[in-house]
Design a protein around this ligand. Structure first.
Ligand SMILES: [Zn+2]
Length: 342
């Protein structure tokens, strides 16, 4: 099969579109014919060796995968060749206390598909069939590949780690990103009033089109004050954050008493200084969110099939142009998602 493999780390790293052996499904495994696979910030971290976990090279990356079952190994029940599927990219162990409780995102033996195993930037991907989720027929492969990781991450943040209530104010940092574009829509569906940030005019326009009432430029140092003004000085109830660094400190300046910041990433820096005085006086929360539970992905696909959540796919590249896709994401030229199709 053809696959896009990371041969050497770097920014850019060395990626090769080349012929590799097609994997054979073992007991419990499914071989998925990949139709589309989304590109994520996570893929750039792998490329750059920016994750605190060892990555064996060469590696086929690609976490956000949709396709059809091509073949099944022995001992697989409930699936048939030809079934349309999405892959849940956190490969939880399935046996621990967290997994048995349906909290796969808490599994300490979690491995990330396409990071710690070979992933979806290939014609075929092989993995345990229990990580497959049915793809509703209303959803195309490219749409699913533009939703299954980023939007389910936002679903986990807004319906599990925090719970948006009707009438809440929600601030979405980087509202034109994969997570951000989904978070705006999910918060609106749950009855929240939404504000967003965006680092360019095009990104702010997209955030507004998705349902934000105002979109602010984080390069303008007065932007947290603008959030307070827009919310009648009270601040927002929830901040959806995945940038980190100095921006996370600014997010606290936007937060209401009793409010929560929920974070799933730290693109701009993993270490911050935090003034604890306002945190406890205002009874605020800083909440970590990691990946998703299976039910978050199922809900995400159901919402999308019902038209309540639309994927924002900016660019679709053939797998053979994978290098150009990585470059577009690295240069932050992307509005929503980049998808690769073998
Ligand atoms: Zn587990």
């Amino acid at each position: 099969m053809k696959a896009l493999r990371l041969i050497a780390h770097g920014a850019p790293g060395e990626l090769r579109h080349e012929e590799v052996p097609t994997p054979e499904p073992g007991p419990g495994d499914a071989l998925v014919r990949v139709r589309a696979c989304g590109l994520n910030r996570l893929d750039l971290w792998v490329e750059e060796k920016g994750l605190p976990i060892p990555i064996l090279l060469p590696r086929i990356q690609g976490c956000e995968t949709a396709g059809e079952i091509a073949a099944l190994g022995p001992e697989v029940t409930g699936w048939s060749p030809g079934d349309r599927v999405c892959i849940s990219s956190n490969l939880a162990c399935g046996g621990c206390e967290a997994c048995r409780a349906g909290e796969e995102s808490m599994c300490s033996r979690n491995r990330i598909f396409g990071v710690e195993t070979d992933g979806g930037f290939a014609e075929y991907a092989c993995l345990p069939a229990r990580h497959l989720v049915p793809l509703p027929r209303e959803l195309g492969f490219e749409a699913a590949a533009g939703l299954s990781l980023a939007a389910s991450t936002a679903m986990h943040m807004l319906t599990d780690r925090t719970r948006v209530r009707a009438g809440d104010w929600v601030l979405v940092i980087a509202g034109a990103s994969g997570v951000g574009s989904a978070a705006i829509q999910i918060a609106r569906q749950l009855g929240a009033r939404v504000l967003a940030t965006g680092s360019s005019e095009a990104k702010r326009s997209l955030a507004l089109a998705l349902g934000a009432e105002a979109a602010l430029d984080p390069a303008d140092p007065s932007w947290p004050g603008e959030v307070r003004r827009l919310t009648g000085k009270r601040g927002v109830d929830i901040v959806v954050e995945h940038v980190g660094g100095p921006l996370l400190a600014q997010a606290f300046d936007c937060l209401a008493r009793g409010g929560s910041i929920v974070t799933c990433g730290a693109t701009a820096g993993r270490e911050i200084s935090l003034n604890l005085w306002p945190l406890f006086v205002k009874q605020q929360r800083l909440i970590g969110s990691y990946g998703r539970n299976r039910r978050d992905l199922v809900e995400t696909l159901r919402w999308a099939a019902e038209g309540r959540l639309r994927p924002v796919v900016d660019k679709v590249f053939p797998l053979s142009d994978g290098v150009a896709a990585f470059k577009a994401l690295r240069q932050r030229e992307v509005l929503g998602k980049v998808v690769l199709c073998p």
